[in-house]
Design a protein around this ligand. Structure first.
Ligand SMILES: Cc1cc2nc3c(=O)[nH]c(=O)nc-3n(C[C@H](O)[C@H](O)[C@H](O)COP(=O)(O)OP(=O)(O)OC[C@H]3O[C@@H](n4cnc5c(N)ncnc54)[C@H](O)[C@@H]3O)c2cc1C
Length: 511
């Protein structure tokens, strides 16, 4: 790709969810934007999260009301603008002897219900597990529980959706392009790229997530780099522990909680652990963490999981704001925008998938205060389906998507409705054209038209990009089909199931 010689208004280092959200917002306000990532877009923390759009019920214990309120309000917004990759997610929180008392669970869920406006997310309720389907998955000693609601999101796709919209508004998206050096020259930022080229920008945003401190210090040469606390969190993917939509939020004797979430239809996602790491690339899912997660789940499950039930594991690194004297549980999950005075530069620290859009708005309020917010009511590309009205005047995104999907399944009756649903819940609106145009060769569960689409529209360059981030088909396709995908990308077929790139913290630029 030819790079323009004139300076961009804004260059962003890091195409995780925060960089992608800022790129979309800024490009939509008319700024010329370049966003660069050392590896695949969303390839680091933003594809290794628990994938919840949540206020964080447990953060109420640390009186983080401001953060919880901000995040809860975002649930409704994200469910509306990205209905194809999000849904309201029910959680069952059982009461367990010797842990938080029932009155505390009731108070927490009550506060959670009332801290923010709700339109599509239902309220909480006390339930009797003996009378509930969810209860069948649990040991019979658990009788009382609370059901409350949050949202679920495909994190890696949320990144891609934001970048696609940024690109549609003129942004230049440069994956696999590590920024080796960023220097201030004659009032501009000059970015030296790993391939020897360079770009210039009036303003620079460091959105390098767990690498933000390192990028500020080493790449930008600043001595006011904000200190980060890096906390690794591991997940395991197991056989599905129960049918039904409910996820479980399970209290542990050490005060932690773990989630068991229905995942990719056939599986359960269980996480997370928490432990400090020195460098992001040191993060690994240890066997001890797998054991911890299994025994934490088995404390509750009627039919215990064994190590043989673990199909997959992945790790992410939370870039938290360093707060001296606080442990990993109490350290805030909120973000901070650190401006580097006189340099037209900012480093993003902390944050959540859930708050990426408001974070981007806060950034824009600082760098383009006269421009207007717009992302809260503008659907992401995949969510741009007919809502029977103008923007938010029409149906809510969730209802509109359900109706649109049913119509699409009826119109494309020659295809298996499950396949139509899978495509619609991956790329959203463009699935209609893809189906109408024909899907081409079936490579064993993934179609050539999908691969073409991800390559042409979503910066996919390898089988891992497709199998683990644009989709999660890596969990579903057998070895032969994965090898076919690898061959399609011109790779030596390896056992890609064992090397989910986004879930391994390689040093940026070293794939
Ligand atoms: C285990 C875990 C579970 C989580 N669960 C949730 C959840 O359920 N809900 C929620 O809301 N949040 C959750 N989070 C938090 C959320 O995932 C993160 O806050 C968010 O993904 C951070 O995004 P980011 O864009 O800041 O960083 P990243 O996604 O890490 O992006 C930073 C990017 O910068 C790039 N980069 C680094 N150096 C360079 C360089 N020199 N040049 C170019 N590019 C560079 C990297 O390649 C990377 O892609 C979780 C986090 C973890 C770790």
């Amino acid at each position: 790709m030819n790079l323009p010689s004139q300076p961009f208004d804004l260059a962003i280092i890091g195409a995780g969810i925060n960089g992608a959200g800022i790129a979309r917002d800024a490009a939509g306000r008319g700024l010329s934007v370049a966003i660069l990532d050392a590896s695949d877009v969303g390839g680091a923390t933003s594809s290794a999260s628990t994938k919840l759009i949540h206020g964080g019920l447990r953060y109420l214990e640390y009186y983080a009301f401001g953060l919880v309120r901000k995040a809860l309000a975002e649930r409704e917004v994200l469910l509306d603008i990205a209905p194809h990759i999000t849904w309201p997610q029910p959680f069952v929180l059982p009461h367990a002897q010797g842990m938080r008392p029932v009155w505390m669970l009731r108070l927490g869920t009550f506060l959670y219900d009332h801290l923010a406006r709700r339109e599509v997310v239902p309220g909480s309720a006390r339930i009797d597990l003996r009378a509930e389907r969810a209860g069948r998955a649990l040991d019979t000693r658990y009788r009382t529980a609370f059901r409350y609601w949050d949202g679920w999101v495909d994190d890696a796709r949320l990144v891609v959706e934001n970048l696609k919209d940024a690109a549609a508004h003129g942004a230049t998206v440069l994956p696999r392009m590590p920024v080796a050096r960023a220097e201030r020259v004659d009032g501009l930022w000059q970015l030296s790229l790993a391939d020897g080229r360079s770009i210039a920008a009036h303003r620079l945003i460091n959105a390098a997530g767990p690498w933000a401190e390192d990028v500020a210090r080493r790449v930008m040469g600043l001595n006011d780099a904000p200190p980060l606390r890096l906390v690794q969190g591991s997940h395991i993917v197991t056989r599905r522990v129960h049918l039904g939509r409910d996820a479980f939020m399970l209290q542990q004797p050490d005060g932690r909680i773990i989630f068991i979430i229905p995942y990719e239809h056939d599986y359960s996602l269980i996480g997370t652990t928490e432990g400090d790491v020195q460098r992001p690339e040191d993060a690994r899912v240890s066997d001890a963490e797998v054991e911890y997660l299994l025994s934490a789940a088995n404390r509750y499950l009627a039919r215990p999981l064994t190590p043989d039930d673990v199909m997959h594991r992945f790790v992410g690194v939370r870039p938290l704001i360093l707060e001296s004297g606080k442990g990993d549980k109490e350290t805030t999950r909120d973000y901070r925008l650190v401006e580097h005075p006189g340099l037209d530069a900012m480093t993003i620290v902390g944050g959540k998938i859930t708050t990426y859009r408001v974070l981007a708005e806060d950034v824009m309020a600082r760098i383009a205060p006269k421009s207007k917010s717009w992302t809260g009511s503008a659907p992401l590309p995949g969510g741009a389906i007919d809502r029977g009205g103008n923007g938010r005047g029409g149906e809510h995104g969730q209802a509109a998507f359900k109706r649109w999907l049913e119509q699409l399944q009826a119109r494309e009756a020659n295809y298996d409705p499950k396949l139509v649903k899978r495509l619609a819940m991956t790329i959203g609106a463009p699935a209609a054209d893809m189906l109408a145009g024909g899907l081409g060769r079936n490579l064993g569960g993934v179609f050539e038209a999908e691969l073409d689409y991800f390559k042409a529209n979503e910066w996919a360059k390898s089988s891992a990009d497709v199998l683990w981030r644009r989709t999660k088909l890596g969990l579903h396709l057998d070895g032969a089909a994965q090898a076919e995908v690898a061959r399609w990308f011109g790779e030596e077929p390896a056992d890609v199931r064992e090397i989910p790139t986004g879930h391994r913290f390689a040093r940026p630029g070293v794939e």
